[in-house]
Design a protein. Structure first.
Length: 183
C-alpha cells in the first residue's frame, strides 16, 4: 500500500518541480510531500512487483464477492480524532526535514514510519483503495459527545448503485447520525 501511495501521489505531484521544498512541504502536507520526494525513486521492478500483488488482492476480493454481496468493517479504529492528534510526531518531522541527506533506504524507512503513524487510524480502508472496489462510509452511531462512528460497506466493482441503495435505506429508516457537532 505504501509503495502505491508513494508512486501514485509522487507522480501526480510531479508537475510541481519548480517549487521550493519548503513551499511544497507546507502546501502539500507531510505525506504528500514525502511521496513527491520518494515516489520517483521507486524502481519499475519494485512497482511491477507491487502491481502483481495488487492483482492477487483484486482476484481474492472478486472471489469473496461471489459469496457475499457486501463487506462491512469499521471506517476507523476509533472515534474521530482532532487533526493535531493525527499529526506526525516532531521527531519524525525532523527526519523529514533532513530527507536529502539520507540514503534511499533511510528515506524509505522514514516513509514507512510516516505512513504507519497515519494509517494506523484507518486500517480498513486500504484494501478498497488497492483493489478499486467501491466503498461507502456511513455514520451509524455516535458517542456520548456526539462524535460520529462510521461503518464502511464495500462491494464488487460495478456495485456502486447497491452501496448507494444501502445508504438510502439507512437514511430512510433514520439510521444515519448526521448532525454537525462543535469540537
Amino acid at each position: 500500500y505504501y509503495t502505491t501511495c508513494l508512486v501514485e501521489t509522487g507522480r501526480n505531484l510531479a508537475n510541481f518541480k519548480d517549487q521550493s521544498d519548503r513551499v511544497l512541504c507546507k502546501a502539500l502536507g507531510d505525506l504528500a510531500w514525502l511521496s513527491y520526494k520518494i515516489g520517483p525513486q521507486i524502481s519499475a521492478y519494485e512497482y511491477s512487483g507491487m502491481l502483481k500483488d495488487q492483482d492477487i488482492l483484486i482476484e481474492q476480493n472478486a472471489k469473496f464477492y461471489q459469496n457475499y454481496d457486501l463487506f462491512l468493517t469499521p471506517t476507523t479504529i476509533s472515534v474521530a480524532k482532532k487533526q493535531t492528534e493525527c499529526a506526525l510526531p516532531q521527531t519524525l518531522k525532523n527526519l523529514l526535514s533532513n530527507l536529502q541527506s539520507m540514503s534511499i533506504r533511510e528515506q524509505r524507512d522514514v516513509a514507512i514510519q510516516a505512513f504507519d503513524n497515519t494509517y494506523r487510524w484507518t486500517p480498513f480502508t486500504q484494501l478498497m483503495n488497492l483493489t478499486g472496489d467501491p466503498a461507502i462510509s456511513l455514520p451509524v452511531y455516535e458517542t456520548i459527545n456526539g462524535l460520529p462512528i462510521g461503518v464502511q460497506i464495500s462491494s464488487l466493482k460495478g456495485n456502486e448503485y447497491r452501496l448507494l441503495q444501502v445508504a438510502k435505506d439507512f437514511e430512510e429508516h433514520g439510521l444515519l447520525k448526521t448532525h454537525i457537532v462543535s469540537l
